[in-house]
Ligand binder design. Structure first.
Ligand code: FE
Length: 306
């Protein structure tokens, strides 16, 4: 593992203009945790990493009957961040640091696992009992070497605490999870420069989003269809659109129908990646240490509720 994509360009990076699309990557459908449906554009064969991003899972969308909702019971993480963004449904988070939170539609939990947590991510009792629609995203953001063993940190933001913006022509709506878009700055702090924006476009809308030429960036299509980059590459729901590096902006536009997507970018770490399951370190030795610490109980456990 440790394949870095897109590759380091041999020529100096172009610093201005719109980015070209490198390729469109369809998500695979798979089961995660106790058995809930996810669409996963990466990691998969041929696209193990979009440095600094390690994984993107789209939970559902799925309409569940009563008793059908599944979650991810107690499991550890070390060395990176998990970012959960919910569009439908309700989930409860508990962990070995004594942290508890409920996520409702539009809420974000940006969890920096750092040195290590054991957590559970479960549907709320109401969702378990009554069923309902589940739709959301989990992004894994790698941490730089110096932050991999940092004390765990949580940034829980309710939908109302997250900045939103609308374009001057009113056709584009954005919720800014990280970075900046349409003149709005995020409420969430990141360890390395990250952009994470949820865009909704009315028909015949166009977006030009500034992006640092050195950052990796991709779009993930949530709904509808849009076209991307100077060649107007088409993509459909569950497609990831990977842009080439170089160029100072990303462009996309809707056609006759509305479109909805996530735009995610960040500064590549360019560090070795040793990953296995819930641990992401720089070396095999650190990975073995993580397993040893976990099996020795050094990650603690989720305290009982009082
Ligand atoms: Fe987890």
């Amino acid at each position: 593992m440790g394949q870095h994509l897109p590759r380091e360009p041999e020529a100096p990076l172009r610093t201005e203009g719109p980015r070209e699309v490198e390729r469109v990557v369809p998500a695979i459908r798979t089961l995660e945790g106790a058995g809930f449906l996810v669409h996963r554009p990466f990691p998969k064969h041929g696209l193990m990493l979009i440095d600094p991003f390690l994984l993107l899972d789209e939970m559902g969308p799925i309409d569940l009957a009563p008793g059908e909702a599944q979650g991810a019971p107690d499991h550890p993480h070390r060395g990176f961040e998990t970012v959960t963004y919910l569009l439908s449904g309700e989930f409860q988070h508990e962990d070995s640091q004594g942290h508890r939170a409920t996520l409702a539609p539009g809420d974000v939990q940006w969890m920096t696992a750092g040195d290590g947590v054991i957590h559970s991510e479960m549907p709320s009792p109401a969702l378990q009992q009554s069923g309902g629609r589940v739709h959301g995203f989990q992004l894994w953001v790698n941490l730089p070497r110096q932050d991999k063993r940092m004390h765990p940190r949580y940034q829980d933001k309710k939908a109302a605490q997250l900045p939103t913006a609308r374009s001057a022509d009113g056709k584009v709506w954005a919720r800014v999870l990280a970075g900046e878009a349409l003149g709005q700055k995020a409420a969430i702090d990141t360890r390395t420069p990250i952009t994470y924006v949820h865009f909704k476009l009315e028909p015949h809308a166009r977006v030009t989003q500034p992006i640092d030429p050195a950052h990796n960036v991709f779009a993930y299509v949530v709904d509808g269809s849009a076209s991307y980059g100077p060649t107007h590459t088409q993509a459909r729901p569950h497609d990831l659109v990977l842009f080439k590096r170089g160029g100072s902006e990303v462009t996309f536009e809707s056609g006759d129908a509305p479109a909805e997507l996530l735009l995610i970018g960040g500064q590549p770490l360019n560090e070795p990646v040793a990953r296995h399951g819930p641990f992401v370190m720089n070396t095999q030795e650190e990975l073995h240490q993580a397993f040893d610490d976990f099996h020795a109980g050094r990650f603690g456990q989720i305290p009982p509720e009082h």
